[in-house]
Design a protein around this ligand. Structure first.
Ligand code: MN
Length: 258
């Protein structure tokens, strides 16, 4: 298995590097807000079980509580009504092979700097492919927007009087990626894989509707996409094996050329 020997050697020599695409996960981690008629997903709370004290003189550990979709996290197809009856659609039943794939990084940072409600369109995907080659089946498509530079919760969530504003996908781009390119899923720097205003779209939350209806995944709240090449990196994004889980916080790693 020389490829694995080479992988380790190139990691050790620095020809390849591991890029951590994950936000820190803690009580400060911002979570998505929904209109008040809907259930709210709680952020992180941590409670010490023991810390070298009478409850545990030689050990430290915590109880953590949070919504499944907190911080850098994975969306499984069962998260959405369109994917609820698909086979192998939950965190514990998705085959592990499907957590690993090549990364195609579409950089729209300049567009988002001009328009925080920017939506990726099919023509952006096609233009990217003209330059970088076709998006292969089984790829993670990562939308690089620069949004992760907003490290404070207020500007990250960017909620105005008319709701949140952040970039995302037009439904026709989601359809192209899910159905014609057969991607593993899409990853974003924002709090969710739909645009901030997507609750007002038709259908509402079109990326969730399309991706999960096609059995595809989502990755939200990614960081460090600016450290990846447009092509040539491999992403490993494996959620916790939560029984019947709709998603999970996770550590997303990329293996990239130095
Ligand atoms: Mn989610």
């Amino acid at each position: 298995m020389s490829v694995l020997t080479d992988l380790v050697a190139e990691l050790n020599s620095g020809k390849l590097r591991i890029v951590d695409l994950t936000q820190p996960l803690g009580p400060e981690t911002p979570v998505i807000g929904l209109p008040p008629q809907f259930g709210a997903s709680p952020g992180v709370t941590m409670e010490v079980i023991s810390k070298f004290d009478e409850k545990g003189p030689a050990w430290y550990w915590n109880t953590i509580q949070m919504g499944e979709h907190t911080g850098t996290h994975f969306d499984a197809p069962v998260h959405w009504i369109t994917g609820k009856d698909l086979p192998e659609n939950r965190c514990d039943t998705i085959p592990a092979r499907r957590f690993v794939g090549p990364a195609c990084v579409i950089d729209v940072t300049a567009d988002v700097a001009k328009n925080q409600d920017f939506l990726l369109m099919p023509e952006h995907v096609v233009a990217w492919e003209k330059k970088n080659g076709g998006i292969p089946a089984g790829a993670w498509v990562l939308l690089r927007t620069g949004w992760s530079a907003r490290t404070d919760g207020k500007s990250f969530l960017n909620v105005g009087p008319d709701g949140p504003h952040s970039p995302g996908f037009h439904k026709t781009a989601s359809e192209l990626l899910a159905k014609e390119r057969d991607v593993l899923g899409v990853g974003v720097e924002t709090v969710g894989t739909d645009a901030g205003q997507a609750g007002t779209f038709d259908p509402p939350f079109p990326n969730h509707t399309t991706m999960h209806g096609a059995g595809k995944f989502g990755l939200a709240s990614l960081r460090n996409l600016d450290q990846l090449p447009a092509t040539g990196a491999v992403v490993i994004a494996a959620p916790l094996k939560i029984v019947n889980g709709s998603g999970s916080p996770l550590r997303v790693l990329a293996i990239a050329p130095a």
